[in-house]
Ligand binder design. Structure first.
Ligand code: 5RP
Length: 219
């Protein structure tokens, strides 16, 4: 199977976690896109969705799935999204697609976070994938200097503006042995909106697709 076929297979497996008659939280990226396409087949069973990006909202609406404003929703039983890396404790790096802040907000409201990924994303130590950090534009250089002091090599994602009107610094060279502590430390830098570590609130379930078509469940 190709990596894209694995993503599709694991996205389809996540349909088992959808709770009928509720609002579902939807992530962003190619794996989440496969999930949206699969969800369209059972759209009559759900009341609607909250999207973590404009792109996902557009795709959901294209399938005729109602998209709700998060402020109008107080309960999301399940959120489904991909990841760039996961460790064995389901601490994640996310934000390769730049939607990390809205993803983190929708996760915060959700009771269960089902992460879907191909098994190349499972690592012993987070950090091979550059860690995305969303930054208020005027703070870009200051935050970059602070990240260098912490041992990282921040690279400005040129030409990219988040749905919130901010910038992304992708931080290379971090070996993240303490994800919960680093997540908090990075978020304490003035000018950082949030960073792509999902460790204080990790995934609850990780569905990992293999090249043989298998789907493993880690909790
Ligand atoms: C977007 C994300 C994505 O979940 C992450 O980048 C994985 O993407 P893909 O499913 O395309 O591999 O965090 O902000």
């Amino acid at each position: 199977m190709t990596q894209d076929e694995i993503k599709k297979r694991v996205a389809e497996a996540a349909l088992d976690h959808v709770v009928a008659g509720t609002i579902i939280g939807i992530g962003t990226g190619s794996t989440a896109n496969h999930f949206i396409d699969a969800l369209a087949r059972i759209k009559h069973k759900i009341d609607g969705a909250v999207a973590s990006s404009e792109a996902s909202a557009k795709r959901l609406q294209g399938h005729g799935i109602p998209v709700l404003d998060l402020n109008a929703v107080d309960d999301i039983p399940v959120y489904v999204d991909g990841a760039d890396e996961s460790n064995r404790y389901l601490h994640l790096i996310k934000g390769g697609g730049g939607a990390l802040t809205r993803e983190k907000i929708v996760v915060a409201v959700s009771r269960k976070f089902v992460c879907i990924a191909d098994d190349s994303k499972l690592v012993d130590t987070l950090g091979r994938f550059p860690l995305p950090v969303e930054v208020i534009p005027m703070a870009r250089s200051y935050v970059a200097r602070e990240l260098v002091k912490m041992g990282g090599r921040p690279v400005w994602r040129q030409g990219f503006i988040t749905d919130n009107g901010n910038l992304i610094l992708d931080v290379h060279g971090l070996s993240i042995s303490e994800p919960v502590a680093l997540e908090a430390r990075l978020n304490n830098i003035v000018g950082v909106v949030t960073n792509g570590l999902f460790a204080a609130r990790p995934a609850d379930v990780l569905l990992l697709g293999g090249s043989d078509g298998s789907v493993r469940t880690l909790t």
